[in-house]
Design a binder for this molecule. Structure first.
Ligand code: 48F
Length: 258
């Protein structure tokens, strides 16, 4: 029994790991936009892997607003909530309140059930850059980074990479810093996020969700961060719609590659 417990876990984990070493899409960050992108990409039949450095994916959604565990969603995002089976309560004509724990756990569950491979406790520390195209990610155990251990990483190749790392836009910053390349942003670099302006930020998140370098796409707060747009706080419609839009964009782009 003891042996079977261990060998079952090891066999299953390495089968899962092997499947994503050559993925269609590598998503960095398990916040709402990354999880939604994972769900829609998996639904579209892509071999998609999402890397999250924390124990639990979910990013900034678990904590609601200042740890009040409810969040706000706009009417536009209701079809996504309904598809995921998430409860919502109408608050004003356009705004709905949802339980942050229910929505976060539902997004994780639905992404996984749709066929996305979710890998937690793993940090992306670099990208693969071949012929001026981002072609994968370089990963290591998150505790290796935390302990500053000198351990070489593992490489995962993919046709597309999504930076869904939130406010820090980590992948875009790494690509720019290490390679001195020009990004598809207003300045050609990571512009950095502006202060709070909810309406503008929500519109911008969706518009900014796009390919910013061949093979590298951005969503959620990373999309606003790289493009110099505003933050929006505990309203999440833009995040969900951003995840859906970028999944469609990536699927189209991958199809054109073939
Ligand atoms: O920040 P986060 O929730 O991303 P998002 O999808 O959503 C933003 C909102 O939560 C909120 C907001 C909305 O109103 O403003 O902030 O843009 O999740 C980003 C996730 O990426 C992980 C990080 O731990 C978090 O869970 N992450 C960041 N860098 C890396 C990473 C990395 N290098 N490797 C792996 N995971």
């Amino acid at each position: 029994m003891e042996y079977q417990i261990s060998s079952g876990i090891v066999d299953s984990y390495f089968q899962k790991f092997k499947k994503i070493l050559n993925a269609d899409v590598g998503i960095v960050g398990g916040g709402p936009s990354g999880l939604l992108a994972a769900y829609f990409l998996a639904k579209a039949g892509q071999n998609v892997v999402l890397f999250e450095r924390k124990l639990a994916p979910g990013g900034g959604m678990w904590g609601g607003a200042m740890m009040f565990n409810d969040i706000i969603i706009q009417k536009d995002a209701l079809p996504i909530l309904d598809e995921m089976g998430i409860d919502h309560t109408n608050y004003t004509e356009d705004l709905y309140v949802i339980d942050s724990l229910q929505v976060t756990s539902a997004l994780i569950y639905r992404a996984s059930k749709a066929g996305a491979t979710l890998m937690n406790c793993i940090s992306v520390e670099d990208v693969v850059l071949q012929n001026n195209r981002v072609s994968g990610v370089v990963i290591n155990w998150a505790p290796v980074h935390r302990e500053r251990l000198h351990v070489d990483p593992i490489i995962v190749v993919s046709k597309a990479v999504l930076d869904a790392t939130g406010h820090d836009c980590e992948v875009a910053r790494i690509l720019e810093r290490k390679n001195g390349i020009k990004l598809e942003t207003p300045t050609g670099s990571v512009v950095g996020e502006k202060s709070m302006s909810v309406y503008e930020a929500e519109q911008a998140t969706i518009k900014n969700s796009k390919e910013i370098y061949p093979g590298l796409f951005v969503s959620g707060m990373a999309a606003n961060g790289v493009n110099g747009s505003y933050r929006m706080g505990p309203i999440f419609g833009g995040m969900l719609l951003s995840g859906k839009k970028i999944a469609d964009t990536i699927t189209r782009s991958i199809t054109e590659l073939v």
